[in-house]
Design a protein around this ligand. Structure first.
Ligand SMILES: C[S@@+](CC[C@H](N)C(=O)[O-])C[C@H]1O[C@@H](n2cnc3c(N)ncnc32)[C@H](O)[C@@H]1O
Length: 223
């Protein structure tokens, strides 16, 4: 499981170049993944929503802009990332640890977390903490990276572990943060195991939507 202090320092060090590096390394495809997540959130019509591990705010800003009727709060423990989110227009931000949210039980209709859960020190405990804050019947959406199956798995792993740290290291000056990225994706449960974890942590109706052959997955579940 990821070490919180390392994760905090890694994101602090890349905050200023995070948005550009993301779009470069995913060839802009992350924008399409977030757009699909946004469509799902729109169907739920929540009154309020927490975007956990909001980082520089991409997901929260999309929701704030496209679904202005939703009250969005972006949460992250890394101040430099949140500062960028606020400079980009995020109206409501909270610096807090996702593992111990300073928020009341049953207080949110929806939670999203994009490329965030994978970085937390204990996935099951985090899911339980999110469940505590969600109202009964509320919705969870987790968008995260995975390893595709089949013949693309080997070339993808080569890109992830060999090429990407070099490219991103050159672009951000923080190669270690991107070596960590590959390791964290390998560690994160695959779809079947994650669906099981959602059930075991108090969610119902879990679904997994594979994107780009499994490079990313959108999970949804009900509290
Ligand atoms: C890969 S970024 C994702 C940012 C954003 N959601 C996006 O879609 O680009 C992961 C974020 O998780 C945050 N994070 C990691 N561990 C955290 C924790 N324990 N509590 C709150 N935020 C955390 C990091 O600070 C970082 O901003």
């Amino acid at each position: 499981m990821p070490d919180s202090q390392f994760v905090h320092d890694a994101f602090s060090s890349i905050a200023m170049r995070y948005v550009a590096a993301n779009h470069l390394l995913s060839l802009g495809i992350d924008v399409l993944w977030r757009a699909r997540a946004l469509e799902i959130v729109a169907e739920w019509r929540p009154a309020n929503l927490l975007d956990i591990a909001t980082g520089t705010g991409d997901m929260a800003l999309d929701i704030q802009r496209e679904l202005p009727e939703i009250q969005v709060l972006g949460v992250d423990f890394c101040e430099p990332m949140l500062t960028v989110a606020q400079q980009r227009g995020l109206r409501h931000a909270l610096q807090a640890d996702a593992m111990h949210l300073p928020l009341a039980d049953d207080s949110y209709d929806a939670i999203t977390t994009a490329f965030g859960l994978r970085n937390l020190p204990n996935y099951a405990d985090a899911l339980r903490e999110f469940r505590r804050v969600l109202r009964d019947g509320g919705h969870l959406l987790v968008l995260d990276l995975s390893i595709p199956t089949g013949i693309v798995a080997a070339p993808y792993r080569f890109y992830l572990h060999r090429i990407l740290p070099l490219l991103a290291g050159w672009f951000t000056g923080q190669r270690e943060a991107y070596t960590y990225l590959g390791a964290s994706i390998e560690q994160f449960p695959r779809a079947g195991a994650f669906i099981q974890m959602l059930r075991e942590t108090g969610y119902s109706c879990p679904t997994a939507l594979s994107l780009c052959g499994g490079i990313a997955v959108i999970y949804t579940a009900e509290a």
